[in-house]
Write a protein that binds this ligand. Structure first.
Ligand code: BG6
Length: 473
């Protein structure tokens, strides 16, 4: 609906920005850190130097001072497990522990709330080698032990933790390289149990609040055909609810569980798993949003054909992608000609954000925090030493208005933490694709001086935060 008047943002709204350790810290082998799976097999970052990244490990004070200048109320960053427990399951590394104390203290010095992600794609490689990472149940206990160290060390200073970033993207894109769906969904289940246990332990060990942080988007049917509408509802279970119902309600969505059973990929769930899933109660829901999904129905037969075509030797990119995006008998994800996109084919859909916020609030009745949303583009540093990123300002403005509309709808939104606070290495396209308010002066392999330069969006966001979201001009 369209309103004549929008409600204001709450007074304590958490304006800020996000990052993740492996994409910005660099210092990949310093002070006792061991390699993570991201260091050993950097996806798109292979086209970019990832050992130094934005050198945030050494320059975090300068970066946080700039965030303070923008008026940040929160800074979301991740703690690298490989710094805290380099072997994944052995000795604690005091230098790693001390580093994050310093980062947290620096935030608090400026009144910036640290929002800490405990896992952002960067499993210790040692655990991948030792037992296949999340494929093994052992990974649950090792992750929980790492979380306990963080709760004990930082829990008295930190108010907001996040368990696992984008578990759904890791599973849907098979980032763990599991051999089949059975193994993939078993590994996914281990992450669900690990999150549930970590949530329970957080509440036992400190007074911080804790949330999951999946990538969530509302789902549109490609046409008004009844079957496409069914496909949209099913895909919502598959893409979104599998990762939230399990942690908020402690249950798999029923229809999806039956679908998994019939496809032979329903994971083994022990009584102890069920118990801890029921016992875990996240305090809020954090989520990343980069545009809505659009789907159409696909029969089992057609879907199997598309999957086989995508897997065959010599499959072209299109066949591969369609195969990846097809769930036989459930849905196939398609492009939406009515949704704007960036040149990198990421959605620009603020209405979808409002709808996503509404659906999450209405289903789970938990406060929501947007932990990623942003516009990855090639930025140009002009001769006058500036970056005129009006496209980013336009993108953020539209999404912030959508947040305000959702608040007017009744949604309880805690904050907005776009990707990314400063330039860092994109997961898929290296440093070429930038998201930050602060330009980091480097190219893919030429590290230049890594100087920090305020983009036009820096000044715009400062005004936005200073007016609590009222001044978006
Ligand atoms: C999210 C991730 O999927 O999207 C981030 O949590 C990632 O790690 C971001 O960087 C944007 O994706 P990309 O590929 O443009 O970096």
């Amino acid at each position: 609906m369209e309103y004549r008047e929008l409600k204001p943002f709450p007074k304590d709204f958490l304006w800020g920005g996000s990052s993740s350790a492996y994409q910005c810290e660099g210092a990949w082998d310093e002070d006792g850190k061991s390699p993570s799976v991201q260091d050993c097999k950097p996806i798109g970052r292979g086209n970019s130097d990832w050992k130094v990244c934005s050198d945030h490990y050494h320059r975090f004070k300068e970066d946080i001072a700039l965030m303070a200048e923008m008026g940040f109320k929160e800074f979301r960053f991740s703690i690298a497990w490989t710094r805290i427990i380099p072997s994944g399951d052995g000795e604690i590394n005091p230098k790693g522990v001390a580093h994050y104390h310093e980062v947290i203290d620096e935030c608090l010095k400026y009144g910036i709330e640290p929002v800490i992600t405990l896992y952002h794609f960067d499993l210790p490689q040692a655990l991948q080698d030792k037992y296949g990472g999340w494929t093994s149940r052992q990974c649950i206990d090792d992750f929980v032990r790492f979380c306990e160290v963080c709760f004990r060390e930082y829990g008295s200073k930190v108010k907001y933790f996040l368990t696992i970033n984008e578990q759904n993207m890791m599973t849907m894109y098979n980032m763990g390289e599991h051999k089949d769906d059975r193994e993939r969904y078993q590994a996914n289940h281990h992450m669900i149990v690990a999150m549930a246990k970590a949530t329970v332990r957080c509440h036992e060990l400190c007074s911080a609040k804790i949330a999951p942080a999946p990538n969530i988007s509302c789902v549109y049917p490609a046409t008004s055909a009844p079957l496409d509408n069914l496909a949209a509802a099913d895909y919502d279970q598959f893409r979104n609810r599998l990762y939230l119902d399990t942690i908020v309600f402690g249950e798999y969505p029923e229809a999806l569980a039956e679908y998994f059973r019939q496809r032979g990929c329903m994971p083994d769930i022990t009584d102890e798993d069920r118990e801890v899933m029921k016992a875990a109660h996240p305090d809020y829901i954090a989520f990343n949003y980069y545009g809505a999904a659009t789907v159409k129905f696909v029969s089992i037969e057609e879907g199997e054909k598309a999957k086989a075509a995508g897997r065959k030797e010599g499959a072209n990119r299109e066949e591969f992608m369609i195969g990846m995006q097809t769930e036989p008998g459930l849905a196939v994800s398609v492009d939406n000609p009515l949704q704007d996109t960036t040149p990198y084919h990421m959605g620009i859909d603020p209405v979808g954000l409002r709808l996503t916020l509404r659906q999450l609030w209405e289903r789970y009745r938990l406060p929501l925090l947007i932990t990623e949303n942003g516009c990855g583009m090639v930025d140009e540093l002009t001769a006058d030493g500036k970056v005129h990123d009006d496209y980013r300002i336009d993108y953020l403005r539209k999404h912030i208005i959508a947040c305000r509309e959702a608040i007017t709808d009744g949604v309880r939104l805690m904050g907005y933490s776009p990707w990314s606070a400063f330039d860092l290495i994109s997961t898929h396209q290296g440093i070429t694709k930038r998201y930050g308010f602060i330009y980091v002066n480097r190219d893919e392999f030429d590290l230049k001086d890594l100087a920090r330069i305020k983009k036009d969006s820096f000044f715009w966001y400062r005004k936005c935060i200073g007016s609590n979201g009222e001044d978006l001009d």
